[in-house]
Design a protein around this ligand. Structure first.
Ligand SMILES: [Zn+2]
Length: 361
């Protein structure tokens, strides 16, 4: 799950002022690599930037201040520059997407440019800027006081930076997503990249409160049209609450894996699925690994409502020579992992529903 932003640390203004937009990402990677090896002083960084990329001292200073320090990729301790957690993630992944995620945490509304272009592919600069401003000012009310000049400038900086990352192309004054840009919006929707930590916390609180009341298996509010952003926030909050209850383990097999960036493999399965209007009450959730999430959603496995043990579909009995089938059958009768807090134990009602409507029997 991508990391999220704390609104108190996000800056509304963004002044990359990079000297050359061409190959900026590669230049940045080279810089991070050098910085990680040398642990230079800030002065040594300016000098290295000036010499390596032939930047004026003004540009070198801006690249240092905005692209390295304000972005949160580099921090200074005892006069030496070090990569932060985010800086290391960018270097390790060598992916502009990771960089975009890091930048969106510190500078508001970069991913919103991609949102606009996905909706109106191929637009002129004026339309792009105006639509971007309409989109971001709702999320960051302080932007409403900006002059036309400020928002035009601020949008331009974001566009140029995204062009440098290869996500946007420009031809005959028309702006559009590049092939990489389309790939990005499909795999990492901009609404999800831009989610702020406080939004998830607020949603988590609401879902936790649900778990204290009577269990509602179905969510009537699902009928209401929500924005894509709300859907992502809710999904993220649901996943966080449910997976932490199982300490990021699969409830049926115990599988637990984490990347160096603290991304856990564990997924939060809805017991009564979303497509059947199943609610986001945490008691309608169970933490599962990818394979067992699939098996649960397909009804190949289920969990008995009365004693919380795993049951497996009977069709598997005819295929016991298959090694994959054997792995699933081994789970039969196993007790699911207990939740940390009993308030979040899976609902008997939801499990009974799953046993009846989803489980293949
Ligand atoms: Zn599993």
């Amino acid at each position: 799950m991508p990391r999220v932003t704390d609104v108190s640390t996000v800056k509304l203004t963004f002044y990359p002022m990079a000297g050359s937009v061409v190959e900026q990402f590669d230049n940045l990677l080279q810089t991070l690599q050098w910085l990680d090896a040398v642990k230079p002083t800030p002065k040594e960084v300016y000098e290295w930037l000036r010499a390596t990329f032939e930047l004026s001292s003004y540009f070198a200073r801006n690249v240092y201040t905005v692209i390295l320090i304000s972005s949160g990729l580099v921090s200074v301790r005892s006069e030496r520059c070090y990569l932060t957690h985010d800086g290391r993630a960018v270097l390790d992944s060598a992916s502009p997407v990771t960089l975009l995620e890091a930048f969106e945490k510190r500078f508001a509304g970069i991913a919103a440019v991609l949102e606009v272009l996905r909706a109106h592919n191929s637009v002129d600069a004026e339309t792009l800027k105006a639509t971007w401003f309409e989109t971001v000012k709702k999320r960051f009310p302080k932007m409403q006081n900006w002059s036309k000049h400020s928002f035009s400038n601020q949008c331009r900086h974001r566009i140029n930076w995204l062009r440098a990352m290869g996500f946007i192309t420009v031809a005959d004054g028309q702006y559009a997503l590049s092939q990489e840009g389309w790939q990005l919006v499909l795999t990492h929707p901009p609404e999800a990249i831009a989610i702020q930590r406080h939004e998830i916390r607020k949603q988590e609180k609401q879902l936790q409160e649900l778990a204290l009341g009577n269990f509602q298996p179905f969510d009537p509010s699902i009928e209401k049209v929500r924005s894509l952003r709300e859907v992502f926030v809710r999904d993220r909050a649901f996943r966080r609450i449910v997976t932490t209850q199982y300490e990021y383990c699969c409830a049926v097999c115990g599988f637990r894996l984490e990347t160096p960036r603290s991304v856990y493999e564990a997924e939060a399965a809805h017991i009564i699925p979303k497509r059947k209007k199943g609610s986001d009450d945490p008691r309608n959730g169970i933490s599962l690994c990818g394979t067992h999430h699939w098996a649960f959603d397909e009804g190949v496995i289920s969990v008995r409502a009365d004693n919380l043990t795993v049951i497996t579909a009977s069709y598997l009995e005819d295929r016991v020579s298959d090694a994959s089938v054997q792995q699933i059958l081994q789970l039969r009768g196993r007790h699911i992992r207990p939740v940390v807090n009993q308030d979040f134990v899976p609902s008997v009602e939801a499990l009974a529903w799953h046993g009846q409507h989803i489980f293949l029997g």
